[in-house]
Design a protein around this ligand. Structure first.
Ligand code: GH3
Ligand code: MG
Ligand code: MG
Ligand code: MG
Length: 340
């Protein structure tokens, strides 16, 4: 997480912006699908001169192939009449595939009958040019296509940023409560499908109110951010950590049975106990308590029970003096078909 002009950007948002900038540095690929060799070489020369990277297709099948590549062209000039799939067939196939990002299609046609053009546009073409055409006309129409694609890129980036905002916590950058609960449901469904164990840790910082009272709320916020960062570092890449409440965190451990989850919880507890945090220049120490719950054979409907058991175990850890891990007994509530 970085601070920029008072705004917090998560690493994912920064990565999205970096990707867009990288894209802008490369010439844009344009599919030139044309079976007539003379027109094909004219198209290729023009595109290169205008700073595009032409991707050549000599018939409809080659064009369809090029458009299906993961980093295939997003701007396509399709001749209507071609051997194999024709331009209109390709328009239909592209739109039916619902591919993202959007492919902007410019249809080249010798046909001038308005009924034909309606057919082309209805098949999903964005624009058309009637052959023969002036070079500058193609150039401005490609520019119009580019503008549409740029707008769509901005829309996609905004959608990704919104999704990121909706599922992540602004202070720590971890998944927020609904984000981590969604992750728990997803991992439970997978574990029950694949027959793997699953555990959760409910982590609560001990006497965190004292940190706020002694050092101020802003220092408390900084300590929460640092706690989240260190917690994230102390789990495996396929585990998920989220901010469940104020100073309470939920960690989902797919593939972990009770004993491994208890060992993981112990590592997190030790990390807190051994770490010196800082409120400005002033060092401060605090601990955490952790409740663990587990399913050796999870079923999809276990999430509420797992959370309840972890919460109860956490409550007991607090009662027993804090700075400790307590494991809820593995209480199988699954149907018989889930037992080995
Ligand atoms: P316990 O060991 O029983 O958990 O004690 P505690 O003080 O941690 O628990 P309590 O529930 O009494 O207080 C939670 C504290 O966490 C109080 C609240 O101000 C603080 N807190 C919660 N969210 C935030 C936050 O976003 N920023 C800061 N700075 N503090 C927070
Ligand atoms: Mg042709
Ligand atoms: Mg607490
Ligand atoms: Mg709490």
């Amino acid at each position: 997480m970085r601070i920029n002009g008072g705004h917090l950007f998560t690493d994912l948002q920064l990565a999205i912006v970096a990707e867009r900038l990288r894209d802008a540095e490369h010439p844009m690929k344009v599919l030139a699908a044309e079976d007539n060799p003379v027109f094909q070489s004219m198209l290729t020369n023009m595109l290169t001169k205008w700073g595009y990277e032409p991707v050549v297709a000599r018939d409809g099948n080659e064009a369809w192939e090029a458009l299906q590549q993961p980093d295939g062209p997003q701007l396509a000039i399709l001749d209507w009449m071609m051997p194999g799939l024709n331009g209109v067939d390709i328009c239909r196939a592209v739109r039916a595939s619902g591919r993202e990002p959007y492919v902007y299609i410019l249809l080249l046609t010798g046909r001038t009958d308005s009924q034909d053009l309606v057919e082309g546009m209805e098949a999903g073409a964005d624009d058309y040019l009637t052959k023969p055409f002036q070079a500058h006309e193609l150039r401005v129409r490609l520019r119009a296509g580019r503008r549409i694609l740029d707008l769509q890129q901005q829309l996609l980036a905004a959608r990704e940023a919104l999704r990121e905002q909706a599922t992540h916590d602004g202070l720590t950058g971890l998944l927020n409560r609904s984000g981590i609960l969604e992750m728990l449901d997803k991992e439970l469904a997978r574990a029950s499908r694949e027959g793997h164990p699953l555990s959760v840790l409910m982590v609560d910082l001990d006497r965190f109110k004292d940190v706020n009272d002694t050092y101020g709320h802003a220092a408390g916020d900084a300590v929460l951010r640092e706690s989240a960062r260190r917690m994230q570092e102390s789990i495996r890449s396929y585990d998920s950590a989220g901010r469940y409440g104020g100073e309470e965190f939920l960690i989902v451990l797919p593939g972990c049975d009770g004993p491994s989850a208890a060992a993981q919880a112990e590592r997190v507890r030790e990390m807190f106990a051994a770490t010196t945090f800082f409120a400005g220049q002033r060092p401060l120490a605090f601990t955490c308590s952790i409740g663990v719950s587990s399913r050796a054979h999870p079923c999809e409907t276990d999430s509420d029970a797992l959370l309840r058991e972890a919460d109860l175990a956490l409550y007991r850890a607090k009662e027993h003096g804090r700075n400790r891990v307590l494991v809820s007994a593995d209480m199988p509530v699954c149907e018989l078909s889930h037992t080995p």
